[in-house]
Design a binder for this molecule. Structure first.
Ligand SMILES: C[S@@+](CC[C@H](N)C(=O)[O-])C[C@H]1O[C@@H](n2cnc3c(N)ncnc32)[C@H](O)[C@@H]1O
Length: 230
């Protein structure tokens, strides 16, 4: 209970200090975390798994029991305090210790993760609604470049949050949110194979699962999608 409380307190403090990148008041609930971890461990082959924005490890705790014996997990977290909590959990939590030799905590912005790394499974907790359209597009492009063929990407968005925010926002802010909406709709239309609503979360969330057929080639075969309203 004490550990749970201290993680929630750190999350709340980071939300207040770094709202733009933390993006949520609390860590994801158990049901949402489970839904996000769903694509891990669905394959016999050893897999490289990337979790982006693990925060205090709510989703990581659901990923870890699903890891196959040869799977590897990279946790890429921007926030120094969160990265320290993750390292601590790897040292101290019994379930985490068991896989610690196959888990790396990398404290850096995911957009700087070298493209020499390739993954079969990406789970993202990034607060996309807080970012500019250009940055959302940059992050998605980076995910494509980090993906090996058939890689899955799982991410969530709070139900109706963009529409609600857009209703109470300034014109520029509305334009930004509509731009993000358009980028995500295009991405989902192309790659999504499954979605799930998690009502038992505060607030309720959609979890999207995408599968990338092949890495995006650097040619004209796939034109870069430009958001029209940004
Ligand atoms: C909404 S929180 C999600 C935390 C956790 N996955 C959960 O569900 O409780 C967003 C997380 O993304 C991290 N983050 C934001 N921008 C990032 C970036 N560019 N690269 C890596 N992590 C980032 C934040 O520090 C924070 O931990």
């Amino acid at each position: 209970m004490g550990k749970w409380f201290s993680e929630y307190r750190v999350f709340w403090q980071e939300f207040r200090q770094t709202f733009h990148t933390t993006g949520a008041v609390l860590p994801s609930g158990r049901r949402l975390s489970r839904a996000l971890a769903r694509q891990v461990g669905r394959d016999e082959r050893p897999r490289r798994i990337l979790e982006v924005g693990p925060g205090t490890g709510a989703v990581t705790a659901e990923i870890i029991p699903r890891l196959g014996p040869e799977d590897r997990l990279d946790l890429v977290e921007l926030n120094e305090r969160f990265a320290e909590i993750l390292r601590q959990r790897l040292n101290e939590d019994e379930k985490w210790q068991r896989v610690a030799n196959r888990v790396r905590v990398m404290q850096l912005p995911v957009e700087q993760l070298p493209l020499s790394e390739k993954y079969e499974c990406i789970v993202s907790g990034l607060p996309l609604n807080n970012f500019s359209c250009e940055f959302v597009q940059q992050v998605l492009d980076h995910f494509h470049s980090l993906a090996s063929e058939g890689c899955t990407l799982s991410f969530f968005e709070y139900v109706a949050i963009r529409n609600f925010k857009a209703m109470v926002s300034s014109r520029d802010e509305r334009k930004r949110l509509q731009g993000i909406d358009q980028i995500l709709r295009q991405e989902l239309a192309r790659w999504e194979f499954q979605r799930k609503i998690v009502l038992a979360n505060v607030p309720p969330a959609w979890v999207h699962h995408l599968r990338f057929a092949a890495p995006l080639p650097c040619s004209d075969e796939y034109p870069v999608v430009q958001p029209a309203v940004c």
